[in-house]
Design a protein around this ligand. Sequence first.
Ligand SMILES: Cc1cc2nc3c(=O)[nH]c(=O)nc-3n(C[C@H](O)[C@H](O)[C@H](O)COP(=O)(O)OP(=O)(O)OC[C@H]3O[C@@H](n4cnc5c(N)ncnc54)[C@H](O)[C@@H]3O)c2cc1C
Length: 387
Amino acid sequence: MSDKSYLALPFFDDAHRELEQRLDAWATASLKVDHSDTDAACRALVRQLGVAGWLRYCVPAAHGGALDTLDSRSLCLLRETLARHDGLADFAFAMQGLGSGAITLAGSDAMRERYLPRVARGEAIAAFALSEPDAGSDVAAMQCRAVRDGDHYVLDGVKTWISNGGIADFYCVFARTGEAPGARGISAFVVDADTPGLTIAERIDVMAPHPLATLRFENCRVPVAARLGEAGQGFKVAMMTLDIFRASVAAASLGFGRAALDEALARATVRPMFGGVLADLQLTQAAIGDMATAIDSAALLTYRAAWLRDVAGVRTTREAAMAKMVATENAQQVIDRAVQMFGGLGVKVGTRVESLYREIRSLRIYEGATEVQKLIIARETLAQHRA
Ligand SMILES: Cc1cc2nc3c(=O)[nH]c(=O)nc-3n(C[C@H](O)[C@H](O)[C@H](O)COP(=O)(O)OP(=O)(O)OC[C@H]3O[C@@H](n4cnc5c(N)ncnc54)[C@H](O)[C@@H]3O)c2cc1C
């Protein structure tokens, strides 16, 4: 039984506690999707999460969502719980939120009504297309262009590392429209997957399989009405979207870390060794002490970031960056310790700790690598000091 004492923390309301209990029970009973075909598994998971109502937390109530506005604490609890059960289920959930977040934040009412209810029901798969081959951490260096041509924009360029690439029904795409140099000359668009001129250039295999692709735009025409927000505001829209979901990456890491600690405790308390069990040995106890503390410290940072955004209503750039950095790095360490405790079984393909070891790795890279988070925290801290 996983530690649930965190639910008693004052960051949460009773509605959050009830949400976690319902989801945990549902995940235990229902998350049994076969993962041998990643695309099929992902499609099935999106549909299943939609039918069960969990995706309603990814969009606002006015367009089929569960709550009036996106609630960071609910998103965190949903991702943490899903990740603890099944990494691909967490991925399917997270991408519906991240992939539609720009529409929620900046889309016209018509765009919201066209996409968000289907996202919430799991009938349309969403994707977020920001990164490019030469613009990852330095995202403002993007080169993909959208040139105005009457009542259309014409997109040309490449996006890569796009989660759900190849199975998405639509992509929120960020492209250079040239109102100003750098970050102030970018706009956001929704591009339907079947738009002529949009092709999948490459499917990318990663160590923890999920749908991922490089997209190519060649003379790809989208109506001006598909633009999200004002021209030149796309970078701001992307950062606002990431601000919401960054704390939820921390929460997913927590879920992976908790799963690893649960596995380690179960193993260490039964594995016979030196006349007792592995957990009797003080070096094992030291590892367990480190793992439990790493998880709790990451949890406190994560829930603080979510609470500040939901309740205090303040910008949480610094707090979300701290949560993302600490939770992903700590989870990696916790999982590595769990693999070590399992000995040979820890690296046997198919064991849970082996898959957790692969699953956690990319969370330290995407939505801002650890080094990027560190610089954000330093920038915000210095700015506070100077003010
Ligand atoms: C599994 C996965 C899923 C993804 N899904 C999406 C998606 O859905 N949509 C999307 O748009 N993108 C997605 N990405 C892309 C992701 O956001 C980028 O990989 C990430 O931003 C890093 O960019 P990059 O890979 O180009 O690495 P680079 O930008 O080349 O960075 C390489 C490394 O440099 C280091 N670094 C960065 N900045 C600094 C610094 N200032 N000082 C020192 N070192 C530094 C970091 O360690 C970083 O990992 C995904 C990536 C992965 C791996």
